[in-house]
Design a protein around this ligand. Structure first.
Ligand code: ASP
Length: 284
């Protein structure tokens, strides 16, 4: 039994992007499916799926990230391994790439959970990650990135051994101040994985932090009488009551992968050994 879900952010619908983003989601899901079928670990699939979306430049993460108000590119990412409850994160990372793999390296090569700013950059360079020589050439924000308020990528997966993982990566919100950190690198806000669920959120991060959204999904999922299907809209309603919109994708240990959103649209791909398969720019 295996399942995977990916998202490319929740926000306004932009007709011009639909075909390319849908093709990217399709190719990432096809890759993740093949990996899980051949017995790959959920953690590797989550990292690989997020990394592919970062590299694609199609989303407001990785190469598609937009600059902050001073023209710098500061990226946030986190990854969680359910069985060990290990996690790693980078915040306001600049000058080095790729964020999701650097977050994983923080998890696996340090005793810390999160590194931020210049310390994160130095750690990444010491560990052989790629320096970005010219951010203006490396980053290719799509025109809408500069005015859209949302965009992030994320993945959740359960593998054949029942291990669950989740990861999220973002360029953050448009018009952010230097040093601003959203929910994506904050374990329990933007990302979570344990023995029961894997969760990745997207939306106005300040509100997801205030709702501890990803952990709120996990805490509710501990009740055996409920399922992710009502839990995700409930948590999004809590985020909305605080003033924020966005979306959540999650997988549980039964292999159900599901999503919900309160924005106009959300970019999603799902597949599972039980026959779930959906690649959609979903609209309310
Ligand atoms: N949640 C991200 C942040 O606040 C943005 C997004 O998901 O679009 O940085």
């Amino acid at each position: 039994m295996w399942a995977v879900g990916i998202h490319g952010g929740a926000g306004p619908l932009r007709d011009s992007d639909i075909d390319q983003q849908q093709a990217e989601l399709e190719s990432v899901i096809a890759w993740a499916e093949a990996e899980l079928k051949r017995g790959a670990r959920a953690l590797d699939v989550v990292e690989g799926a997020v990394r592919r979306m970062e590299d694609s430049g199609q989303f407001v993460a990785g190469r598609g990230a937009g600059p902050n108000t001073e023209g710098q590119y500061e990226l946030d990412a986190s990854i969680c391994d359910g069985p060990t409850r290990n996690c790693g994160a980078v915040a306001a990372l600049a000058g080095v790439y790729p964020p999701i793999s650097i977050a994983r390296a923080v998890m696996e090569r340090t005793t810390h959970v999160m590194l931020a700013g210049d310390g994160a950059r130095r750690f990444a360079l010491e560990n052989g990650f790629t320096a970005i020589d010219d951010p203006k050439i490396f980053f290719q924000p799509r025109p809408h990135t500069l005015k859209a308020d949302h965009g992030t990528v994320g993945a959740v997966a359960i593998d054949d051994s029942g291990a669950i993982a989740a990861g999220t990566s973002t360029g953050g919100t448009s018009g952010k101040r230097p040093g601003r950190v959203g929910d994506s690198p904050i374990v329990g806000a933007g990302t979570w994985a344990d023995d029961i669920v894997g969760v990745s959120c997207t939306g106005q991060g300040e509100f997801f932090i205030r709702a501890a959204a990803a952990h709120s999904v996990a805490a509710r999922a501990r009740d055996p009488k409920t399922s992710l299907t009502p839990i995700l809209p409930d948590v999004l309603a809590e985020v909305k009551a605080l003033g924020g919109t966005g979306g959540i994708i999650a997988v549980d240990r039964s292999g159900l992968v599901t999503y919900a959103f309160t924005t106009e649209s959300m970019r999603v791909g799902l597949a599972s050994s039980a026959g779930q398969r959906e690649i959609v720019i979903a609209v309310q």
